[in-house]
Write a protein of this length. Structure first.
Length: 380
């Protein structure tokens, strides 16, 4: 079906990686890997050089997020998906409430639903392309939602549910495709967790979390309760948040991490901070995102999927195409021209482009992308 269309070189972005995760890794990060080739790669994560790397990541993130007093950075293997199960095992005491508005926010809710020692969670659902925060609910001890729903390109506010502090409930926010790209006040959360293969342009397999003292205290209490006689809860060692915290405080992880992932992450955190930290990174992503939304609003054949401008993500931009134009075909032609990972989220099933505009992506490349898409559509 595809008659190949060759996009003129002058219209092509310098770098064609627009994935929503894994996302573009900068050349300097790859060079950092080469520099660490003999001193870090293939060396023990329990010795000073790798521990210094982890310390630099923790200090850099503390600075990036302007860590409130008493908050700390923990990390471990398994990615954000592992953190969901860790939260079920080590943070949710009896019952949680969830905002559910796409695949990722749904997955955490499903984990809680299937944990036999938790009560059925309360779900506050809304349609894909919108968001819904969990509302105040009696007998709930954790409120959970995603800052950025990567499957739909929706950004949700991050603020404590009113009354949640009084009922001693935690706020657990999935920041996976938001952290490093969208502004956040982490004091509004007790756990703001993410994986590094999105805005932090590293590889997957690791989770990081900004934890409040209340979250640390909760994990201690919940894990202790699991050791009591007759307790139904099982906290597998791998899902113990208290061991992750104890290791993080020593700049280590419970089990062996990917040192390459740490090297690329450390380089990215330093790059973000040296350019101006959160203010710089979020302005850069906002600029790239507005290039795409403005282009789509002017376009004859494309329009932003998210109708509420305030809910449009600045890190993952979703653009619907008119039915007359096959997004699948456009995505395939872009790929033939070296512009990759622009497809919509498969399970959402829309005629859509989805563009990751994380800090590593040059805003000028985003502008070039719009011209390249126009060229392809004109020549279909
Ligand atoms: C990518 C993503 C995840 C899953 O991250 P993994 O590292 O694959 O576990 C979870 N939540 C959101 C919002 C994501 O974008």
């Amino acid at each position: 079906m595809t008659t190949s269309i060759i996009i003129p070189k002058s219209l092509l972005p310098q770098d064609g990686r627009f994935g929503s995760g894994p996302s573009k890794i900068r050349q300097e990060q790859v060079e950092a890997l080469e520099r660490g080739g003999s001193t870090l790669l293939g060396t023990s994560h329990r010795q000073t050089p790798v521990k210094q790397l982890v310390a630099s990541i923790r200090e850099g993130l503390a600075s990036f997020f302007s860590l409130p007093d008493g908050y700390e950075i923990a990390l471990g293997n398994g990615g954000a998906s592992a953190f969901w199960d860790m939260a079920c095992a080590s943070l949710i005491n009896r019952r949680a409430a969830f905002g559910v508005y796409g695949s990722f926010s749904e997955k955490f809710a499903k984990s809680a639903q299937s944990a036999p020692f938790l009560e059925a969670p309360v779900l506050y659902r809304s349609e894909p392309g919108t968001f819904r925060l969990p509302q105040f609910t009696d007998n709930v001890d954790a409120y959970c939602w995603a800052h950025n729903e990567t499957s739909t390109g929706v950004a949700a506010p991050v603020r404590r549910v009113e009354g949640s502090l009084e009922q001693d409930a935690l706020v657990l926010v999935d920041g996976t495709s938001a952290a490093g790209a969208l502004p956040v006040d982490v004091s509004q959360t007790d756990a703001y967790y993410f994986s590094p293969q999105k805005a932090f342009g590293s590889d997957g397999g690791l989770w990081l979390a900004v934890l409040s003292p209340r979250a640390v205290e909760r994990a201690e209490r919940v894990e202790l309760s699991a050791t009591l006689e007759g307790a139904r809860r099982w906290v597998p060692p791998f899902l113990s948040l208290t061991s992750a915290i104890a290791n993080a405080r020593k700049d280590q992880t419970l089990n062996t991490p990917s040192v390459a992932t740490l090297i690329m992450l450390e380089n990215q955190v330093r790059w973000l901070n040296s350019n101006g930290g959160m203010a710089w990174a979020t302005a850069r992503c906002a600029k790239s995102a507005s290039t795409l939304y403005n282009w789509a609003e002017r376009s004859q054949y494309a329009h932003p999927f998210v109708t509420d401008p305030a809910a449009r993500s600045h890190s993952v931009v979703t653009i619907d195409l008119d039915d007359a134009i096959s997004a699948k075909q456009v995505v395939a032609i872009l790929r033939e021209n070296g512009i990759v990972d622009t497809a919509g989220y498969r399970k959402l099933g829309r005629n859509q482009l989805r563009i990751g505009v994380f800090p590593s992506v040059e805003p000028s490349d985003v502008a070039a992308l719009t011209a390249a898409v126009d060229y392809v559509v004109e020549h279909l």
